[in-house]
Design a protein around this ligand. Structure first.
Ligand code: GRF
Length: 210
């Protein structure tokens, strides 16, 4: 027990790629800024560098291959089993490139978070940074939200804004957004860990700090 007697929230992180958001979460936990522990990291891709990041911190790193399952529901049921067997309370999607079915959403009601590299509801789905550039917006950013059955439609927890500057490419804008992702994702998890989040309709209310 830490922090006025609260137990660290057991987080399961789902990844498909590099895992810089996973790294920022691990770093904040290790520095004592985030009252959580990463109970497991699960990837649908064997070569996701995020799995290696987990191993380096002695976190269970699990490859669960979607191609070994008959359909999305069967895969999600396997995810639920793995998450529950590691005692996960909060599921954190960090670059997990799969659409979730109700099998996992209903198993963790209002306990799945995602980060999206745009200011939702603008530019949901893939290539959000390029969508923003193509549209010609002058600011973009990132959004942490709870996951519901839609695509990037769940209640918004935190957003951060970055400028779009002349000459930006998908890469340069993504890098600027990523810095903010690394700041707000641990913050959102910390708000959850401190039991400060409640959902009213599609609005997330944030209780004042103790
Ligand atoms: C991030 O841009 C996030 O917004 C999106 O997937 C990317 C994951 O990046 N959902 P990383 O693997 O955490 O570096």
């Amino acid at each position: 027990m830490t922090d006025t007697g609260r137990q660290a929230v057991a987080v399961g992180v789902l990844v498909s790629g590099n895992g810089t958001n996973l790294q920022s979460i691990i770093d904040r936990i290790e520095s004592g800024e985030l009252l959580a522990r990463v109970a497991c990291v699960i990837s649908n891709k064997a070569d996701a560098f995020a799995l290696e990041r987990a191993r380096r911190h002695s976190i269970p790193a699990i490859h669960l291959d979607h191609r070994q399952h008959q359909n999305r529901e069967a895969y999600d049921a396997a995810l639920v089993d793995a998450l529950k067997s590691h005692g996960v309370e909060l599921v954190v999607l960090a670059g997990f490139m799969r659409i979730l079915t109700p099998v996992i959403i209903d198993a963790f009601p209002n306990r799945i978070m995602n980060i999206h590299p745009a200011l939702l509801p603008a530019f949901p789905g893939l290539h959000a940074q390029q969508q923003a550039l193509d549209y010609g917006v002058k600011v973009s950013g990132c959004t942490v939200h709870f996951v519901d059955a839609g695509c990037d439609t769940g209640p918004i927890i935190i957003q951060a804004v970055v400028p779009v500057v002349e000459g930006d490419t998908e890469d340069s804008l993504s890098r600027r957004i990523h810095k903010e992702e690394h700041r707000i994702y641990p913050e959102a998890i910390q708000l959850y860990a401190k039991r400060r989040l409640t959902i009213e309709g599609r609005c997330v209310r944030i209780a004042p700090a103790d």
